[in-house]
Design a binder for this molecule. Sequence first.
Ligand code: KG4
Length: 351
Amino acid sequence: MKILGIETSCDETAAAVVENGRNVLSNAIYSQIAKHRPYGGVVPEIASRNHVAMLPGIIDEALEAAGETYESIDAFAVTYGPGLASSLLIGFSAAKTLAQRLGKPLIRVNHHEGHLHSIFMKDDAPAPETVFPMLGLLVSGGDTSLVMMHETGRYELLGSTIDDAAGEALDKAAAVLNLGYPGGPIIQKTAEGGNPAAIRFPRGLDQPDRGKWIYKYDRNLCFSFSGLKTSLLTHVKKLDHVPEGDELRDICASYQEAVCDALTIRVERGLKKLPVKSFACAGGVSMNKILREKLEILSETSGIPLLLCPPAYCTDNAAMIAGVAYEKVRLGLAGAEPGDVNPNLKLADWE
Ligand code: KG4
């Protein structure tokens, strides 16, 4: 079964053709990073205008690279949330129109489920049913969550960030240090050769007795990056010069260490608490070398297998959307109604 996936939830305009869930025949992506860089983050209006301009060409590119035509595609899959409302609408309208015009099914996919599923987007990945229940760490640009994946389509949110996402914390740190956008890869590069123990930045929610806990999730499995961000800002303000060279490398290495530690500590707690067969990490921040190393060490010490997202599918892409859609069809979980977009969609909302 060949599925054309479309993804426009944020600032990547993407289309991909995937055969039987794993065989990625094409994966076309237009990254709008350069358009948003001058503003230090994604500007929704600019994102949606670029989706309108670029999506038709990206769909053509995906079909051509796969050697397919509109007629040879069996179904269309599209991200319907969460994400920027005006951006989601562009991809959703395109996919709905194509499906109706060609008389093919339209399968709606949760963007976060797409990220989590991306760990299966490689030839030698195990079948999902053999590794569930799985603990999933989702670290995309807009979200940081710990998810219990009972089976495909049945997810339980265990913990989430109470303020910024890990990716946002890295993006904002790079802005504070005048390093550019997006911050994750720049911080990683600048941190090379730096001392990760030079500055002890906070790991978030370290003080259990501070404040009244009002969130519905277990505090020990939640994340907070706002204190870390403030701590960096305070550190930089106290310096009477702009950090560069070894000093800048140390700041970046220490900040990156704090972000990765904060994530790994919660995964470790989750693994101790829950009867999982495996654990996984996906989303843009899962590209990070230090995070991958820390999780691999955790897998060795705990004896629990780790599935990491292949680098090609860590950041937003449409192959993961087509991949989930295939699983939904295979398991009889694909809904019949096209419905609408849902910018605030939660993982547990999947019907
Ligand atoms: O998953 P993604 O494309 O966005 C959403 O779906 O929201 O992730 C983008 C995020 C950005 O915050 C970016 O800074 C971060 O992923 N990122 C990284 C790395 N590459 C991208 N963070 C840390 N290390 C990296 N190498």
